[in-house]
Design a protein around this ligand. Structure first.
Ligand code: FAD
Length: 448
């Protein structure tokens, strides 16, 4: 049987893994490989929390490959040289992978496919991360979508019922050696990530358990999803980012579960926000660092105030729901979506700090840091992005807390010293800061 490299990236699973399936279906003996090349990710090399997750996820993948008679060969980049060397060493004739959509990676992969083919290898990529790839839908005029609802309708209309494939029961042995995962991605020192792992289990088993646990909660999702004190969302975001469960598997499981139709649709609609984010990232690659709406390029962001920014990062702004969110992020690597919106709003509106500062902090600290979803989220809250909340709509974090955390359970969990002399006074006067933000907005003419 000829060999083929199956190059694992953000698709760290064996279940419903199109690259692995394709290699087997085309008659190859798969050699699973991982190439560590963070410097090829452009300006967005993975953050610390992502790396902490990835090392565990790779270990989980290696363990399930070993249970099937194979294993994961981990090597250092540069990617092209590494794949060519691995192909030579294993006498592989082909390389299979699933596609990624980050701008620097799309560029690299396009060039790489061509080079590998030039060197005589069969190179084939597959969709392994999305329900609808960015080029599968366009407006009537042939343009990319910039508004969510029409995107969702168009995407849902062309979507086929997902087909899913189980993991292979056995895989052929692998005879070459690589480096240890620990050598490529050492454990963080000091072990600041330890508290994460009481909340999360990276890897395919953890992803499957999270999906199964959520099935019984789907019926409550429409109400519960906005209440940060409740475990009412699926917590699948890091598992989806690292591809530990396929989006098709998630979609099919929820679409077919017993929950009422409105609840199932409410959840599936959220999955399409992820699709929309990837559509935007592919078509507007500069938006990782630049406003999607160029009218904001002249906006007067305030100069960076290090003390204020550090108070925001460390959850000591004196605004309880914001501090609760920032501490949840620090201690678990994740933050509830409603609270992400509130902390982002305080930063970009009351503090008038450029959204890129917040996006960079999230990038380093979130275990689900995802260039598409993070860019969309920040530009949406800042008012600079696609289908964004208008800049002049400024959340009042105190009213929001009263509405979404009415008995204060979420805030008390993360800010136990609230009400004592140890809790800081607010770094901004919400009313004054709101007026200042609106004034800055109208100075540049306002945007409808
Ligand atoms: P659920 O409510 O269970 O949703 C299911 C899945 O749908 C999520 O796992 C996610 O993949 C997708 N999804 C849900 N909401 C959104 C959304 N608004 N945009 C895109 N996809 C969505 N999400 C990330 O995965 N990575 C990020 O780096 C990220 N950064 C964000 C930054 C800001 C400022 C904001 C406001 C939101 C951000 N989000 C990000 C979106 C959202 O907050 C998380 O996807 C969600 O909280 C994850 O929790 P969950 O899996 O329990 O969500």
């Amino acid at each position: 049987m000829p060999h083929a490299l199956v190059w694992f990236r953000d698709d760290l699973r064996l279940d419903d893994q199109p690259a692995l399936q394709a290699a087997i279906a085309q008659g190859y003996a798969p050699v699973p490989v991982y190439v560590h090349a963070p410097e090829e990710e452009g300006d967005w090399t993975p953050g610390a929390a992502s790396d902490a997750w990835r090392r565990r996820s790779l270990a989980a993948l290696d363990a399930s490959l070993r249970a099937r008679g194979s294993r994961l060969v981990c090597v250092r980049g540069p990617t092209q040289a590494a794949l060519e060397r691995l192909a030579r060493d294993t006498q592989a004739e082909a390389v299979f992978w699933t596609r990624r959509y980050e701008p620097a990676i799309e560029q690299r992969d396009t060039a790489l496919k061509w080079t590998l083919r030039q060197s005589g290898l069969f190179a084939q990529s597959h969709n392994g991360a999305l329900l609808i790839e960015p080029w599968d839908v366009a407006t009537k005029a042939g343009d990319p979508y910039k508004v969510f609802t029409p995107f969702w309708k168009a995407a849902a209309a062309v979507m086929r019922t997902p087909r899913t494939f189980d993991a292979p029961a056995r895989l052929p042995p692998v005879t070459i050696d690589g480096e240890s995962i620990d050598a490529l991605l050492p454990s963080p020192t000091p072990t600041w990530d330890r508290p994460f792992w009481t909340h999360w289990t990276p890897g395919e088993d953890g992803a499957r358990a999270a999906l199964q646990a959520f099935v019984s909660k789907v019926a409550d999702y429409p109400e519960a999803r906005d209440l940060p004190a409740i475990d009412g969302t699926s917590s699948l975001s890091p598992h989806l980012h690292f591809g530990e469960v396929s989006i098709q598997r998630v979609y099919a499981t929820i679409a077919q579960c017993d929950a009422p139709k409105e609840a199932r649709i409410a959840y599936l609609r959220q999955l399409f926000w992820r699709e929309f984010a990837h559509h935007l990232l592919h078509h507007f690659p500069r938006t990782t660092d630049h406003n999607l709406d160029p009218r904001f390029d002249a906006f007067e962001w305030a100069p960076i105030d290090d003390a204020q920014l550090n108070a925001w990062k460390s959850g000591r702004t004196g605004i309880p729901i914001v501090d609760a969110g920032m501490r949840q992020l620090w201690q678990t690597g994740w933050m509830h979506n409603r609270v992400r919106m509130l902390v982002a709003s305080l930063l970009t509106k009351h503090m008038r700090t450029h959204w890129i500062e917040g996006a960079r902090w999230f990038w380093d600290t979130l275990v689900d840091a995802d260039l598409a979803n993070n860019t969309l989220g920040w530009q949406w809250v800042a008012g600079t992005g696609a289908d964004a909340a208008p800049y002049f709509r400024i959340f009042n974090p105190l009213l929001q807390a009263r509405r979404f955390d009415p008995d204060g359970a979420y805030v008390r969990r993360w800010v136990p010293e609230l009400g004592t002399k140890d809790y800081p006074v607010p770094i901004v006067d919400l009313a004054v800061a709101r007026e200042a933000a609106l004034a800055a907005y109208s100075r540049r003419g306002g945007i409808p």
